[in-house]
Design a protein around this ligand. Structure first.
Ligand SMILES: NC(=O)c1ccc[n+]([C@@H]2O[C@H](COP(=O)([O-])OP(=O)(O)OC[C@H]3O[C@@H](n4cnc5c(N)ncnc54)[C@H](O)[C@@H]3O)[C@@H](O)[C@H]2O)c1
Length: 307
């Protein structure tokens, strides 16, 4: 199949491209390299340095006639979205619409979208949240993910473009940016290996559902199947708190970091964990990498980058 991956130079997008190329698909990437990196781009993918908001997106899509649009590009920082909701929406809503309109004009058959299970439900009423849980996102970023799902529903029912929206839990693994706001695993590993002090915000008991990036990429491969359509959580149904992550990573990196706490950040959710029962029952997907294995693979990746 001919696939356009937006954000293919990013953390998750680059792993998805790798899976698609290994499975024999023809992959093209658009990315503006705002957080993505040239070295993440698979050598067998064609790359266009483009913003998803640009007019050239439509030209490229009309020329190439992709079968699938896998839309991973986004403004990914929740705090940026809180500080500047219009900037967030300009990429996450208007940029997405630019892509979806081009997909419509150029005859794309299916759109695969990176939604967010960590933000779309808001403070959870029950744990783990399934796809039926009320949707009360508490950040402009989370709202933008919900709006995308609604637009994709519109494009399917009015225009017949199929879609899959994956509500990812907290994704971690090789190539995650350790300098962003998100991604506590990458941030801790980077600081521990470089012997810089890490701080745990507040009491460290905030917990999240951590899913390994290769499992997320596997779901995106499954999504290419003709019978695969709809909204699915991609998580592990297991939660871990920040203290546990700090202690485990400290052991894996040589145990030299004292455990220090900083002031709690305001407005952070206490718990977030999502159920993967639906995709498991319907499509047989399950997370294959347990947390300890995933953490040690991620530590190995960052260690190798140092040498
Ligand atoms: N990492 C997580 O835990 C997580 C959780 C839920 C959802 N998501 C979603 O998964 C997707 C991938 O996130 P990631 O963690 O790999 O982040 P990332 O920052 O590594 O990847 C995003 C990519 O999009 C590109 N990009 C950003 N704005 C662009 C624009 N205007 N035009 C073209 N390219 C642009 C960036 O350069 C980058 O390569 C995003 O949609 C994100 O919202 C991530």
């Amino acid at each position: 199949m001919k696939i356009l991956v937006s954000g293919g130079a990013g953390f998750i997008g680059s792993h998805i491209c790798e899976k698609y190329i290994k499975a024999g698909h023809d992959v093209c990437i658009i990315d503006n390299l705002s957080t993505g990196k040239i070295e993440n781009i698979h050598p067998e993918a064609r790359f266009f340095e483009l913003d998803i908001n640009s007019d050239q997106v439509s030209e490229l899509m009309m020329q190439e006639k992709f079968d699938i649009l896998c839309h991973q590009a986004a403004q990914v920082d929740v705090r940026v979205s809180v500080n500047d909701p219009r900037f967030d929406a300009s990429t996450n809503v208007l940029g997405a619409l630019n892509l979806y309109e081009a997909a419509l004009k150029s005859g794309v058959k299916k759109i695969i979208f990176a939604s967010s299970g960590g933000t779309i439900y808001g403070d959870q009423d029950y744990f783990p949240a399934d796809e039926q849980h009320p949707l009360n996102p508490c950040s402009p970023y989370g709202i933008s993910k919900l709006i995308n799902e609604k637009y994709l529903y519109y494009y399917k029912y009015i225009h017949g473009i199929d879609f899959v929206a994956f509500r990812y839990a907290n994704v971690y693994g090789p190539r995650q940016n350790p300098h962003g706001e998100a991604g506590v695993v990458a941030i801790f590993i980077d600081r521990m290996l470089n012997e810089k002090q890490s701080f745990i915000n507040g009491d460290g008991k905030n917990s999240r559902d951590y899913v390994y990036v290769e499992d997320v990429a596997n779901a995106n491969l499954l999504a290419l199947g003709e019978n695969v359509s709809g909204i699915y959580n991609i998580g592990t149904s297991v939660e871990h708190d920040v203290n546990f992550i700090f202690q485990t990573l400290n052991e894996l990196t040589g145990g030299r970091s004292p455990e220090l706490h900083a002031e709690a950040k305001t407005g952070e959710q206490r718990r977030s964990v999502i159920s993967y029962k639906k995709i498991n029952e319907q499509l047989g997907w399950q997370p294959k990498t347990d947390f300890l294995t995933g953490l040690s693979k991620t530590v190995d990746y960052f260690k190798n980058k140092l040498v």
